[in-house]
Ligand binder design. Structure first.
Ligand SMILES: C[S@@+](CC[C@H](N)C(=O)[O-])C[C@H]1O[C@@H](n2cnc3c(N)ncnc32)[C@H](O)[C@@H]1O
Length: 226
C-alpha cells in the first residue's frame, strides 16, 4: 500500500493519535492526515469533514486514490455538527484560526459528554484558544511545538469540568512547553518578542499606551533570562 507524504506539521499532530483510534478530522481539506494514519495501520477509521465542497471533493479523490474508502468517511459539515454519531476517540482540528477553533468546539455540547481527545493546531490566537479551554473545563494534557517553515503549536486537550488558571505567558506558550523549555520554544519566544517590540514602538510613536503588550514582553524577557 502507498502512503501519502505529509508535512512535518501534520506528522507531529498525527503522533497524538493512539493505536486503534477512530478519529475525526475537522476542516480536513485533503484528508492526508487520516489517510496517513490509516494506511500506516495506526487508526481503525476516520470521519473527515469540511464546510466547503471543493475540499470534500479533494478529500474523496485522495481517499479513493489511497484505497481507504471502507474506513475513511467524508462528510460535508460545519465544524463538529453530525460528528458525534461516529463517537470519535480523537478529534483533530488543525490549520484554522484560534477563534474559529473556539467557535467549533463551543458549538458542540457533545464534546463535554463524550470527552474525545482534542488535537488542536491554531494558526493564530493560540492564547484565546487556551483561555477558552481553561475557562470552560478543558484540561491541556499535552502540547508541543513543531517547525515547518514557521513554528506551530499543537495543543492536546480533554474535557474534565475542572477550571484552570493561567498567566499571560502560559496562555501564549503553554504550561507544558514552558516546563520543557526547548530551543524551539526559545526561538518562538524570540520571534514573538520581536513582533511585540515592533508593535510597542508603533504604539509609542502614536502616543498610545503599551497595554497588555508591555506585560507580555516583560514576562517573555524574564523567562528567557534577558
Ligand atoms: C487551511 S485548511 C487546513 C487543512 C488541514 N486541516 C491542514 O491542517 O492541513 C482549513 C480548512 O478548514 C475548512 N473549514 C473552515 N471552516 C470550517 C468549519 N466551520 N467547519 C469545517 N471545516 C471548515 C476550510 O474549508 C479548509 O478546507
Amino acid at each position: 500500500m502507498s502512503f501519502p507524504k505529509i508535512s512535518k506539521r501534520l506528522l507531529c499532530a498525527a503522533s497524538f493519535a493512539q493505536k486503534g483510534d477512530f478519529v475525526a478530522d475537522i476542516g480536513t481539506d485533503h484528508a492526508y492526515l487520516p489517510i496517513y494514519l490509516y494506511t500506516k495501520g495506526i487508526i481503525r477509521g476516520a470521519v473527515v469533514s469540511d464546510i466547503n465542497e471543493g475540499p470534500i471533493r479533494r478529500a474523496k479523490e485522495n481517499i479513493l486514490g489511497f484505497s481507504c474508502e471502507n474506513a475513511v468517511f467524508p462528510i460535508l459539515s460545519d465544524g463538529l455538527y453530525r460528528i458525534d454519531q461516529y463517537s470519535p476517540d480523537t478529534v483533530f482540528i488543525l490549520g484554522m484560526g484560534g477563534e474559529l477553533i473556539v467557535n467549533i468546539i463551543s458549538s458542540a455540547e457533545w464534546v463535554k459528554e463524550k470527552k474525545p481527545k482534542l488535537v488542536l493546531q491554531p494558526m493564530t490566537h493560540k492564547e484565546l484558544l487556551r483561555s477558552y479551554l481553561f475557562e470552560n473545563g478543558f484540561e491541556i494534557t499535552d502540547e508541543t511545538l513543531v517547525e515547518d517553515g514557521k513554528i506551530y503549536q499543537i495543543i492536546v486537550a480533554k474535557y474534565t469540568g475542572r477550571l484552570t488558571k493561567a498567566t499571560c505567558l502560559e496562555l501564549f506558550f503553554g504550561k507544558i512547553n514552558l516546563q520543557a523549555r526547548t530551543e524551539l520554544l526559545l526561538s518562538a519566544m524570540k520571534r514573538e518578542a520581536d513582533v511585540i517590540s515592533a508593535r510597542l514602538l508603533g504604539k509609542s510613536k502614536a502616543g498610545l499606551d503599551g497595554g497588555d503588550d508591555t506585560a507580555l514582553l516583560n514576562q517573555i524577557l524574564e523567562y528567557m533570562g534577558e
